[in-house]
Design a protein around this ligand. Sequence first.
Ligand code: NAD
Length: 476
Amino acid sequence: MATMIIEGDRTKAASGKTYEVRNPATGEVVDEVPAGGPADVDKAAQAASRAFGTWSRMPSNQRREILHKASQHMLSKVEEIATLLTKEQGKTILESRLEARRFGENIGWFADLADKIHGQYVRLPDLTTYGLVVRKPIGVCGAIVPWNFPLTLAANKVAPAIAAGNTVVLKPASTTPLATLACIEALMEGGLPEGVVNVVVGQATGEAIVGHPTIRKVALTGSTPTGKRVMAKAAETLKKVTLELGGSDPCIVLDDADLEGAARAISVGRFFNCGQQCLSTKRLYVQEGAYDGLMEKLIARAAKLKPGNGLDKDSRMGPMHTETQRAEVEAQVKDATDRGAKVLFGGARPEGSDYEKGWFIEPTILTDVPDDARMWREEVFGPALPVRRVKDLDEALRLANDSPFGLGSSIWTSSMAAAHRAVLELEAGYTWVNALVVAHDELPFGGTKQSGFGKEHGVEAFMQYTEEKSVVYGGL
Ligand code: NAD
């Protein structure tokens, strides 16, 4: 049975309760884990608070070296961690390897910033005094993670937090705790001191983290309704919050676009991770002249995505993560077809004995989806893409911005003027111009509107795990 990680303890839940983690491709039990609750979060927060005393005061170059060594050790275990991730999450082993590697690389990327914290000297009017602005770590930080990218999204929070000298209480999604526990265990084997990252497991631990008085900041990646609840609860203890929430990214393809490049980016953007991505092409607006050519290329790409058990090397798309999640996407597709949308590709479950026990679904492309369909208004968190023809960029931009979300967005065009206008006008935290939807470590990532606020990735994320303090030196 897997256990939580609190300081040096590998511990069961205080309540003694457990639950099973199941494989979305087969329904088999992968492991049994503790169903932690508020008492476990309290223990983890106290442990993190004790560790903060030494971790935050350690010379920053020493912190950097510890993190590099720990990440290298974790990277030596990518294969076993990836296998565990595929078993608990469902994604293909290729996707899991990429993700496990990203975890270790992210720790290394932020480790390099550990000894590059800058402040300011400020000249004051009275020359017998001067001011400084210093940056300090915040303290114990909470990290709450969803199930779609358990490792990447944990690293996005843990890596900048600990590089800046904070300590962490980390909560993976209830259905995907195993690979995360293995990653943190590997970091500790590689030299990360006890208590710097503590992992609690179980549904009830999320709210307990947000309410805990010792925890000073919470970073959540999750749905928009969860983000609203977390923000309200965090107000009780005035915690800082970073909210990376739902998205419904538009993609615009104009007549003058490179259709091969666009089809590749849209296919990866919509179908990678079985469409369970926050940053993903979820609404496609295509100018009339590009429509036929693009659909032909997109359908050809979707046809190559063989669904299957993620551990099978021939699978190109794993199952959806849960039965509920699949039912939700199927209901959104049905709503669209009931209103008159046409299925260009997929639209059903794959058939055959290999698919009977898992939450498999076909990659799906729908066209002529009416404007009042749920797919345009809601987040579609699975491999189904609504497509709409548009007459020009004006219409495309109007429709693209007609959404409560504002996470990512893309445009494909060879016109610099059209691209530049889209960059200025698309209401989103990211715009890709003729580029694959990939969130780069170097660029700050985060949403606007109901996709949340605060940044992950980049120097910006690192800074958000520090606080500024003003200092006056007098009597000179
Ligand atoms: P979810 O909101 O149900 O859960 C996310 C995490 O929050 C889980 O660990 C869950 O246990 C915890 N949680 C739930 N209620 C809580 C509460 N009241 N207090 C504290 N913690 C609570 O999301 P999900 O279904 O696991 O993930 C899918 C969602 O995440 C989608 O909406 C997706 O767009 C979003 N997402 C966003 C990003 C981003 O960076 N913006 C990235 C990936 C996923």
